[in-house]
Design a protein around this ligand. Structure first.
Ligand code: SF4
Length: 361
């Protein structure tokens, strides 16, 4: 295997060092692929120790990254918290650019690296700091809750951030703190519509979309249910509301993970990014995972090869201008300081079927 000109061999030492990882990924990686991946995994894990670095790997990373080199794995909320707690000098974000910015915002003294600066996000690209300032002028006194899938500029104009794991909780807390019955929840229109069905707070939404989750339809779900009676369908709240209406469970990637590991369904469909199922499958040998799923092209820009080069050359550093970082940190920290939910956040499916109007900006 060559990464930027370097050759790696599948030696017996590499085989021994990576044997526990192979056990986890062997249903998703062929033996031939493993001979190329295992030496890179061993080299990355060695470089991490030499450079005092940790890798934060999102649930949508491929299994060889997630299980092979991730020191902390999980959803964006979990990774944001780990970024703040980590004692390492260097953080490598195995995820997309807004996640690296969030790590930098929470850990200004650490070096934050991402392997591909083009690893973006359709939600983060849907709104700018200038849009936010106009929205705040139009709705004075209405608190602004922003999904973490946004740039630092947008977070700097935000009152409290949220993730799909805590969006309902954050919206209700913002309404309580500001003494209002309306909250602006941006930029994901579908998350906003799904949250609106879970709360009495009136939601004002932006028309951003996740290009992975917007493609699922209720017809897809009904087709799967007809083809595989008894299969349990778990949907992410970035999907259209009609998808949640016909699903068996809705929640963040962490909530889906907990559902599968605790309830051990015989057959399950995860209506989200494809790698999610591959990563949980390693810990859920008794569950059969059915497709469909959709790939996130931004997440898939991160590879073992470019993680290795990132550690070796210290590229590409992600920085956030100090005054923006300070204002953005307040919004992220307010979210982190909320009391943790006693059970992983889930969307009540009875409420998810009630149609509620949201005001679109
Ligand atoms: S899966 Fe959707 S929300 Fe996540 S990074 Fe990709 S485009 Fe953005």
């Amino acid at each position: 295997m060559a990464a930027d000109g370097f050759q790696f061999a599948f030696t017996s030492r590499v085989e021994t060092l990576t044997a526990p990882i192979w056990e986890k990924v062997k249903h998703h990686v062929t033996p031939l692929e493993w001979r190329a991946q295992a030496p890179l995994i061993a080299a990355i894990n060695q470089l991490k120790a030499e450079k005092d670095a940790v890798i934060l790997a999102h649930n949508y990373m491929t299994p060889e990254i997630f299980h092979g080199v991730g020191d902390y794995v999980g959803d964006s909320l979990g990774l944001a918290k780990e970024a703040a707690k980590s004692k390492a000098r260097v953080i490598v974000q195995a995820g997309v650019h807004f996640m690296a910015e969030t790590s930098k915002i929470l850990s200004p003294d650490k070096t934050v690296l991402i392997s591909d600066l083009q690893a973006g996000c359709s939600l983060a690209a849907s709104i700018t700091g200038a849009d936010m300032r106009l929205i705040k002028q139009r709705y004075p006194g209405v608190p602004v809750v922003t999904y973490v899938n946004t740039t630092a500029d947008v977070k700097a104009e935000t009152d409290i951030c949220c993730t799909s794991a805590n969006a309902v909780q954050v919206v209700e807390e913002a309404a309580r703190l500001w003494g209002t019955d309306r909250v602006i929840l941006i930029p994901d229109e579908f998350l906003a519509r799904n949250v609106a069905r879970q709360t009495r707070i009136k939601i004002i939404a932006w028309q951003g979309r996740c290009e992975v989750h917007e493609r699922f339809t209720a017809a897809d779900i009904l087709e799967i249910k007809a083809a595989y009676p008894g299969a349990e369908v778990l949907a992410h709240p970035e999907c259209p509301a009609e998808v949640l209406e016909v699903s068996d469970f809705a929640g963040s990637t962490q909530a889906m993970n907990d559902y599968v590991l605790k309830r051990k369904p015989k057959r399950v469909v995860l209506i989200t990014e494809c790698s999610m199922a591959d990563n949980i499958a390693a810990d859920a040998p008794d569950t059969e995972f059915l497709r469909p799923c959709n790939l996130c092209p931004h997440m898939k820009r991160i590879t073992l090869e470019n993680i290795y080069e990132t550690l070796l050359y210290g590229r590409h550093e992600v920085t956030v201008e100090a005054s923006i970082a300070e204002r953005a940190r307040r919004a992220v920290q307010r979210m982190i300081d909320l009391p943790p939910p006693t059970v992983p956040a889930r969307y009540d499916l009875i409420k998810a079927r009630h149609h509620v109007n949201v005001e679109l900006i």
